[in-house]
Design a protein around this ligand. Structure first.
Ligand code: PRP
Length: 208
């Protein structure tokens, strides 16, 4: 898989417009995000290793396959929770770890407040999910922490990425693959993605 995958799909383009529109309400926002999350999950999982098994159809024995790696999904709270279900729908036995961090409104640096990770990070594919990659501070912190905990095969999945955040992660973690639905123009002075969609967590959870 390429270091960066930017999804080019008409359904994603239509749904991004719904998400970006400031008049979109919580219900429509959740539905559009859910659809894009499914497509992000599909692309994030498309080259998983398989092992061959033997299965018996009603007619005969034949080759089958199973996914040959453990999947660990790690949402960056809160907004990352919006991308978890789509992956679990494809990988029902995926483990889920949680990393709690929010971005300080003045310094724009991440503040860690929670972590709960499963065993086996060194033995599977870790999918870190967060809809917004802005300065990249949160992703940087999360990936660095996961590596210290033993994760050695990491993908970062985001809905919208800023060039600044992408560059930061690619430079610091050249082994991490990034799957995103859009690369926007820039960050503004408040480090919000432009044009972006505002605060994904607030819009998804209805807290604005
Ligand atoms: C947002 C977003 C990312 C982070 C991105 O979280 O969901 O976690 O900011 O910014 P960065 O790339 O500059 O670090 P927020 O602080 O709004 O917290 P929330 O998920 O609880 O809404």
């Amino acid at each position: 898989m390429d270091k960066i995958t930017v999804i080019d799909h008409p359904v994603v383009a239509r749904d991004l417009s719904i998400l970006r529109n400031k008049t979109t309400g919580t219900d429509e926002f959740r539905a559009a995000l859910g659809r894009i999350a499914t497509i992000l999950a599909y692309f994030s999982l498309k080259d998983l290793p398989l092992r061959t098994t033997t299965i018996n159809t009603p007619i005969t024995a034949t080759d089958g396959c199973e996914i040959d790696t453990e999947i660990i999904v790690v949402p960056i709270l809160r907004a990352g929770l919006s991308l978890v279900d789509a992956i679990i729908n494809f990988i029902p036995d995926a483990k889920v770890g949680h990393l709690g961090m929010y971005r300080d409104e003045e310094t724009h640096n991440p503040v860690d407040y929670y972590s709960n990770l499963p065993e086996g990070l060194d033995n599977g594919l870790t999918l870190v999910v967060d809809p917004m990659l802005a300065t990249g501070g949160s992703a940087d912190d999360a990936i660095g922490f996961l590596k210290k905990q033993g994760a050695n095969n990491i993908r970062f999945i985001s809905l919208i990425s800023a060039p600044e955040g992408l560059e930061r992660i690619l430079k610091k973690y050249p082994d991490v693959q990034i799957i995103t639905a859009a690369v926007d123009e820039k960050l503004n002075e408040q480090a919000f993605i432009v044009p972006g969609l505002g605060d994904a967590g607030d819009r998804f959870f209805g807290t604005t």
